[in-house]
Design a protein around this ligand. Sequence first.
Ligand code: NAP
Length: 498
Amino acid sequence: MDTETEPDVNRAEDPARKQPRFVVIGAGMSGILSAIELQKAGFDDFVVYEKADTLGGTWRENTYPGIACDVPSHFYSYSFELNPDWSHRFAPGAEIQAYFEGVAHRYGVVERIRFGTEVARCAFEEGRWRIETAAGESDAADFVIAATGVLHHPAIPQIEGLDVFEGAVFHSARWDHEVPLEGRRVGVVGTGSSAIQIVSALVDRVARLTLFQRTAQWITPMDNPAYTEQEKAEFREHPEAMETLRADTARAFTEGFANVLVDAESPVLDGIHATCVANLESSVKDPELREKLRPDYRATCKRLILSEDFYDAIQRPNARLVNEGIERVEAKGVRTRDGELHELDVLVLATGFRVDRFVRPMEVIGRDGAALDAIWQDGPFAYLATSVPDLPNFFMLQGPNGPVGNFSLIDVAELQLTYILQLVERVRSGGCREISASWPAMERFEAERREAAKKTVWASGCRSWYIGADGLPTAWPWTYDRFREEMQRPRLEDFETR
Ligand code: NAP
């Protein structure tokens, strides 16, 4: 039933509509932002459920040596909380975690978080969401904002023998800081953004570092200068200088990167490829190692890696690149397919994340018993990355098919909240009680998205976490300008309202 008619006066007077209750799930970057934006919009009845004991999401979980954000920090900041004190152009992870903690305290978000409370189930019953926690508590809400993250569930590789290894083994996002590294023989599996940072940070601390590479990576050089005390003082005195820097960085990333990735024919991509080739040629002396490190696909097909020190690190006398392929793990180390046993004390699995999970394992049951698991049986999707048909008043931040990779996800989340709050306003003002993407709009969006995905550089012939079960890239396949434009104002005709 579509009620795209005049607002119902009685409904507008309904106090539950005027002051609806929100449940935000997750207290990472997007969840903290949701709480702040809800408060700014005048909504005071909300709670943030967080399964862990502290906030910060990905920055709480990833504490591996060398962690930093490869989006410049003045861009990877909330637009309303610029930070004059960033130590470097690309700040380290602990500093970013401290930034989120500081913002959450300043905006009174911390008091609104129920820590140690995992939401296990959300079911839409009689016009409201019934929330059940893993501990058996329940809550009810008019709106759910799922801020559960993308790179959250570690992917543990199916390598035989992981359980018989006598040394320490852990995933990059579950770093065991109790395990000593100094003077030890450390193996790293994987060559993604995490592994590259880990290798660079560890090589001078350990006795021997072995990098198990399945696929070589293109690496673009980056310069990471520290901000001087004078520069920080300037930022403090003239905040508009930070705003200009943020805007300039956003423009450079949008025009020079995000917008061109979606057009595999773009000559800008050839320039990025040439930079990566020159970086490899000029940085790696030994021709044999250089060829091992040379990928056989186009730069930016996988998420581009920025590093100022990886090539130096892998050429250290105590480092070794192994690309023979892992046969199995044994008690003493990793056996490769050529029969060699690489003896190790510590094995780090920098093997990425299960990126098709999104809000799951939480069970989400929408209107008339529609289960999200069933809706997503062939892979996750969401209209404009925020709404799924049959899940009224349930919105996702960083949901499926949004812009990801080499871009500020803070900017993405801010735009998404602008959009979501307009849908909420439609309900609050009495225009309807329930709002979610309609199936026809969802299907049209999916068809257009899949067509566009084929033209992106991510589809140019490589394996990556951007590729979905159907073999097509899952990320937003249009320009970032288009995303920004879409987020300005919802097209209400694409929504089913009741
Ligand atoms: P990732 O990019 O998915 O890389 C996983 C690595 O593990 C790949 O090299 C993969 O090889 C390898 N691998 C997986 N299973 C394997 C197996 N069974 N045997 C051998 N190798 C295996 O994961 P990530 O490095 O954690 O990065 C994920 C994303 O997190 C990044 O793309 C980025 O968006 C974000 N991130 C950002 C930063 C930053 O800002 N600097 C840092 C870390 C992470 P194949 O390539 O052959 O599949």
